[in-house]
Design a protein around this ligand. Sequence first.
Ligand code: PLP
Length: 403
Amino acid sequence: MSGNGQWLDRINPTVRAIKPSGIRRFFDLASEMRGVISLGVGEPDFVTPWRVREAAIYGLEQGYTMYTANSGLPALRQELARYMAGSFGVSYHPDGEIVVTVGVSEALDLALRALVTPGDEVLVPEPSYVSYLPCIELAGGKPVPLSTGMSNGFRLTADQVEKAVTPRTKLLILCYPNNPTGAVLSRRELQAIAEVCAARDLLVIADEIYIQLSYTQEPVCFASLPGMRDRTVVLQGFSKAFAMTGWRVGYAAGNGDLIGAMTKIHQYTMLCAPITGQMAALEALRSARDEMREMVRQFNYRRHLVMDAFKTIGLPCFNPGGAFYAFPDITPTGLSSEDFTERLLREEKVAVVPGNAFGDSGEGFVRCSYAASVENLTEAFKRIGRFVQRYRKYNKKLNWAGN
Ligand code: PLP
């Protein structure tokens, strides 16, 4: 039930001004309909590997139902330090340089609240993950979108960063592999951005939640680049690669002063991440890495399937190098992102997300998650093909009449 408006003028104006997520609206619409195939949610269709679930169940059986240390179970932080050093070539001390959070969502909020002071500018490549702008604003900062486009593979360039820096710029958020475009940046491109960050004294929040889902190149942890370890707070998690969205575990690693500040906020607002989730995360690192790699292999297979489908349908689509999203250009249908999404849902019962939910530069695109079964993807693309053909014909007629 929604409110009656009585409280509205008492709500913090910053919160009042924030738009509800453009993704949620379509989820709500889709959840009221039957027979919908959802390519909307950014969530693996896999269930968490059995050994991970079993470890969590065993933990509960043994009575592990209490708070943990604020920064997370020591064993988990030690395992995380080993994992980051072994997989991404960057070393952190488990005591003081790593904090376990309630998903990357919380880690992002903590990093922003710990760093941003009123009026600070935060550079955000756009299209961007839906939480960045509201979280920056809630922290009192000013988001500065850096628009990227399909012609350049949705890549952020060092030049763009350089040109956007003002005396108020404090932070750059990086998210590669990217949600929603699936773009990745090469080591050379990241290195060039790193040089600008060093020269212009920028700090970096590297949201690397998709780092393991990198298909076309070796994953690069931004903090592993020369000079970046002490400028970067790395956010990684378990939701995507280990199929653990519901366990709510993520972590931040970085300079001890910053992690200390983030832990202070975490201590007063969250206390700790859920113990069962932390025990599951520990088991995931210890015994589910092969299964994780197998899931990544299957996402990659689906990536090819989806790219072939868009080619057949005739919608231009940038070939994503990572994550599990395709971001096709839907302008040949003559529809806006929102119209496309709403009509596709009502007429063909396929849920995707309008590109403009990720910022203005997402207009003319939609985001399709291919973290769905091959069976569902095949059926969904049959429906999308039918839909696009219908509108393309109609659009051609319109254009012809207009000429
Ligand atoms: N960052 C990005 C780029 C995401 O796509 C998501 C989830 O979709 C998150 C952070 C939040 O992840 P978590 O489930 O770890 O809170």
